[in-house]
Design a protein around this ligand. Structure first.
Ligand SMILES: C[S@@+](CC[C@H](N)C(=O)[O-])C[C@H]1O[C@@H](n2cnc3c(N)ncnc32)[C@H](O)[C@@H]1O
Length: 247
């Protein structure tokens, strides 16, 4: 099954990408928007329930605000909460995030298992960034929150890394752009490169399902085909959007 979850205010909910921690709405409204999205994912059979620890989430958010160097990010507060909650609920042992820039999107996933907000123990949480200098900054950021090394950044092409990763991947987060002139089309290359290691229940998150929908057309067609993914929901509660798919 595939469907769309859309909030009434998705196109007026706007952030300043240089000030990602500015409160855009009262906390209750942010929680309600994310709860509604989680409910849609639960109804589609993508996540087993919708409960997550609000207090732990705030510990995570405050740590990133205090410790991370973030020149810009398009991850809205709603999106940060949703990504963290999906990881807290599904608890992936192996999580790979492709195209992590300064690491903010990566830690939105990994922060459910490392740092002050951790709610479970993971095996490998790996962020892939093709630009070595960006990968270095992301790794510096991540080390401030996770001294253990379970969460780490690798400077590599995510297509090659996904192809060579030897274990099952329980959650794949896609946000890579531009490599090889393929633009956001690289999402499909990455997914296909590791498809044989995405077991039943693996969740794949694809950022920019709204503002890059045209460039992602082949990817979106692929994950919305039930021959490839059991269910896929386009979550539209901000201008970027997140396609959430389950194997
Ligand atoms: C637009 S940024 C993601 C930023 C994120 N959406 C945010 O708001 O914080 C995309 C990143 O993907 C990286 N990238 C592009 N192609 C890649 C590839 N094939 N493998 C790994 N990283 C890649 C780029 O260098 C860039 O840092």
């Amino acid at each position: 099954m595939n469907c769309t979850f859309q909030s009434a205010d998705w196109d007026t909910y706007r952030m300043d990408i240089h000030n990602p921690f500015v409160e855009l709405e009262p906390p209750g409204e942010e929680i309600s928007a994310v709860d509604a999205a989680l409910k849609a994912l639960n109804l589609a059979g993508i996540i087993p329930h919708t409960m997550y620890d609000q207090g732990r989430f705030l510990l995570f958010r405050n740590a990133v605000k205090e410790l991370f160097e973030i020149p810009w990010t398009a991850i809205t507060p709603r999106m940060q909460r949703l990504i963290w909650a999906i990881n807290a609920i599904t608890q992936p042992q192996n999580m790979i995030a492709a195209g992590v820039y300064c690491g903010n999107t990566f830690i939105s996933n990994a922060g459910a298992a490392v740092g002050p907000g951790a709610v479970y123990t993971a095996k490998n949480l790996i962020g892939i960034e093709i630009k070595p200098e960006e990968a270095e900054r992301a790794e510096r950021n991540v080390r401030k929150i996770d001294p253990t090394g379970v969460a780490r950044i690798v400077a590599a092409d995510a297509v090659e890394f996904a192809r060579d990763f030897p274990e099952p991947i329980n959650l794949l987060y896609l946000d890579a752009d531009g490599a090889g002139g393929r633009g956001k089309g690289v999402y499909l290359d990455i997914t296909e490169a590791c498809l044989d290691r995405l077991p039943h229940g693996t969740v794949v998150l694809a950022h920019n399902s709204v503002n890059c929908a045209e460039r992602l057309a082949y990817y979106l067609e692929f994950v919305r085909d039930e021959a490839n993914f059991r269910a896929s929901v386009n979550v539209i509660f901000d201008g970027e959007g997140l396609e959430v798919s389950v194997r």
